[in-house]
Design a protein around this ligand. Structure first.
Ligand code: ZN
Length: 168
């Protein structure tokens, strides 16, 4: 029902309103994401085949993924430091579905990898492969498997996955 108004304008009819509220799928959604300084540098270094972190001189923590601000000291972090592309499994999950909840033929292992050279508890979420789910252990050593240099784009997927690595 159209609403009478004292203000100039053209109220929408019920049919017009329904048209406005109808969303066709799939929607054409495009967006840009500003990485910020720290993650921007992190992604750029992935393209070079390296992992970079930020160090806070006050708490002496090495933060990865890097952040410009230390959330414990409430101050700016101080310097860039390279860390290893090896680490240890902090936790993991065996997933039988994709991000959109559609089923996978073969399950994938998703793990939090604590990166060697960074502070305890610092890690990145990534795939774990070249291992059976039943053989994964918390604390096991893993190493990054990189895409060839020419195929890297500055994405976390420049690392294809982590696989069991040599025990230090
Ligand atoms: Zn700090």
């Amino acid at each position: 029902m159209a609403v009478q108004s004292d203000y100039p304008g053209t109220p929408l009819s019920d049919a017009q309103l329904r048209q406005v509220l109808t969303v066709e799928t799939p929607p054409l959604l495009r967006y840009a994401w500003d990485t910020g300084v720290a993650v921007g540098r992190f992604l750029q270094e992935l393209k070079n085949g390296r992992l970079i972190a930020r160090k806070c001189r006050r708490c002496r923590r090495i933060l990865v993924p890097p952040r410009i601000f230390c959330e414990e000291c409430f101050r700016r972090t101080d310097e860039w430091v390279y860390v290893s592309d090896r680490g240890r499994v902090n936790t993991y999950s065996v997933s039988h579905i994709r991000w959109d909840a559609s089923p996978l033929k073969e399950p994938v292992i998703v793990a939090v990898i604590e990166i060697d050279g960074a502070s305890p508890g610092m890690g990145i979420l990534h795939y774990l492969a070249e291992i059976k789910p039943e053989d994964v252990r918390i604390g096991m050593a893993v190493e990054a498997v990189w895409k060839p240099a020419g195929e890297r784009t500055g994405s976390i997927l420049d690392i294809r996955y982590f696989r069991p690595g040599p025990e230090a």
